[in-house]
Design a protein around this ligand. Structure first.
Ligand code: AMP
Length: 145
């Protein structure tokens, strides 16, 4: 999938937004959804997506939607830091398949990092079980300002 093209309304995040497939939510409002990555690259890997925008990548997103996303990104990253006490936080965002993107609905990754824990490969991490993800989501949500 190149950087340019049509939005696919059947991409997996669109299905999550429509409630057609399950997700483990951290929080949401009318504009954004924060939910657990089901193939986490580290413990507490969270994804942030816009609900209204059909931007596939950073190049396409409307400025207002981007502002809401980045505000949600910071709010969620602060809660992740309080809840899980990582030593670092990797904020990642990929554009186009050549750029490492696999789901073509714009999203930001929050990946907590610890010096003594290896980062699992992007797109190669094992699937986490829903109960483990729910427990992490609950801990993160409890720290939201
Ligand atoms: P990217 O490769 O940047 O497009 O990231 C897509 C992310 O979506 C990857 O980190 C996947 O692990 C994650 N992912 C794929 N399917 C699901 C799903 N059903 N629920 C939650 N995360 C998912």
């Amino acid at each position: 999938m190149s950087l340019h093209g049509a939005y696919d309304p059947d991409n997996i995040f669109a299905k999550i937004l429509r409630g057609e497939i399950p997700s483990v939510k951290v929080w949401e409002d009318d504009h954004v959804l924060a939910f657990m990555d089901v193939f986490p690259q580290s413990e507490g890997h969270v994804l942030i997506i816009a609900k209204q925008s059909q931007a596939r990548n950073l190049l396409e997103v409307e400025p207002e939607a981007l502002q809401r996303l980045t505000a949600a990104l910071q709010r969620t990253a602060k809660a992740v830091e309080k809840a899980l006490k990582p030593e670092g936080l990797a904020i990642m965002q990929f554009n186009g398949d050549a750029g490492g993107q696999t789901v073509f609905h714009l999203h930001f990754h929050i990946v907590p990092r610890w010096r003594d824990r290896d980062l699992k490969g992007h797109g190669h991490a094992p699937m986490a079980d829903a109960a483990t993800l729910q427990a992490l989501a609950d801990r993160i949500a409890a720290e939201l300002d």
